[in-house]
Design a protein around this ligand. Structure first.
Ligand code: NAD
Ligand SMILES: O=C(O)C(=O)C[C@@H](O)[C@H](O)[C@H](O)COP(=O)(O)O
Ligand code: ZN
Length: 359
């Protein structure tokens, strides 16, 4: 087992990465506050892992709320089911919530924990590649609004993140690919050596070589932990984790939540950002082709959906959380391995990107 730390002074917490951690009760128990545990999961993950997750918590009152599965249910109405069950079961202020599932469950459970009785602790047990490399770490929690992704939420750090890499055995191929999009993101924004390693090992990762997956998860979590420790609430460099997301979130909302997976949408979005970086003279055409090649090998889309017009893109992008004084700020690339945030690009270059980077 590997242990990393997210270094946030009194709110620091460990990330445990290993095989079969869902069979190790001693690992999680110390992070439970109080005597009541509410596991939040969904209808796909519950039959696979809920019994094992419950067995992690001995001598405690353990209950579970099983939500419907899908990005389209990441909203306030479904979030309320968690509160209904907590209040109905008389869960007190020292209760611990446990997120068992992918990023949707993690974001919703974290937000429920941030809001329930003004804040209770929670533990992340991520079971998709995407949630193991990104969403379970860093404390961004929340739900979607029809007009925009993750528009309602809070920063609320977990007590611990427990990554059992064996849960990836049951994940669908399409979901594994979606997770690789966020893995590749770390290479693009700040870790050229990791990007090169991914180029060398992509097929092994797609074939679910466990040693390679564990390495990719560790390197991704280390990158994320470093950024979060330096900038917990996105005052500066944390925004780099948003590479491709201003475009990608527009795709998710514009196409209807769930039609495009988050990882798929940001894959196309990272290509749009890369193409715009080429128009700005920072990336070469060969760089853009190189980035596209790794996404294609990961079976991820490189172009946005043609159904989404430039006007629709602009509508959703104008509501992005990084907008300042009416200007859409974008994460762009100086080179592969070096991202920056920009609000002073020429407006016509964004239009040109939306028009020209199409299949
Ligand atoms: N908070 C953050 O920092 C952050 C970072 C990245 C993404 N996100 C959010 O995460 C969400 C995407 O997360 P995701 O890609 O994990 O999607 P997801 O949570 O929808 O999970 C994908 C699918 O896999 C299923 N599943 C989960 N674990 C499984 C397993 N072990 N075996 C079989 N099936 C399993 C789920 O039921 C679901 O159908 C988006 O809402 C995105 O906005 C948040
Ligand atoms: O942790 C972060 O910070 C990220 O931006 C990680 C992203 O991969 C993730 O999709 C996040 O939820 C996006 O944040 P948002 O603030 O743009 O909603
Ligand atoms: Zn993301």
């Amino acid at each position: 087992m590997i242990t990393l730390t997210v270094d946030l002074a009194e709110r620091s917490y460990p990330i445990f990465i290993g095989q079969d951690l869902l069979q190790q009760p001693g690992l999680v128990a110390p992070f439970v506050k109080g005597t009541q545990v509410m596991i939040v999961t969904n209808s796909t993950v519950a039959p696979l892992y809920l019994d094992r997750a419950k067995a992690l918590f001995t001598d405690l009152q353990v209950d579970a709320v099983v939500l419907p599965d899908g990005e389209e249910y990441k909203n306030l109405e479904i979030l309320n089911r968690i509160f209904d069950q907590l209040i109905g079961g008389h869960f007190d202020r020292k209760s611990t919530l446990v997120a068992l599932g992918g990023g949707v469950i993690g974001d919703m459970t974290g937000f429920a924990a941030a809001a329930y009785q003004r804040g209770v602790p929670f533990i992340q047990i991520p079971t998709t590649l995407l949630s193991q490399v990104d969403s379970s770490v860093g404390g961004k929690t929340g739900v979607n609004h029809p007009q925009g992704k993750n528009m309602i939420g809070a920063f609320h750090q977990p007590q611990a993140v427990v990554i059992d890499t064996l849960t990836l055995n049951t994940l669908e191929d399409r979901q594994l690919s979606a997770g690789l999009a966020e893995v590749i993101k770390y290479g693009l924004i700040r870790d050229l050596a990791f990007f090169e390693w991914l180029e060398q090992n992509l097929e092994g990762l797609m074939a679910r070589d466990h040693a390679l997956l564990a390495q990719a998860i560790e390197r991704s979590c280390q990158n994320k932990a470093d950024i979060v420790a330096a900038d917990e609430t996105e005052q500066g460099q944390r925004a780099l984790l948003n590479l491709g997301h201003t475009f990608g979130h527009a795709i998710e909302a514009g196409m209807g939540y769930g039609a495009w997976l988050h990882g798929e949408a940001i894959s196309a979005g990272m290509m749009q950002a890369a193409y715009m970086s080429q128009l700005l003279g920072d990336l070469s055409a060969a760089d853009v082709e190189r980035i596209g090649a790794i996404f294609k090998r990961a079976k991820l889309p490189i172009y946005p959906p043609n159904e989404l017009s430039n006007e629709q893109f602009m509508h959703y992008m104008a509501g992005d959380k990084k907008v300042q004084a009416g200007k859409v700020r974008l994460v762009l690339l100086k080179s592969i391995g070096q991202a920056y945030i920009s609000g002073d690009y020429p407006a016509e270059l964004l239009q040109k990107t939306l028009t020209e980077w199409r299949s």
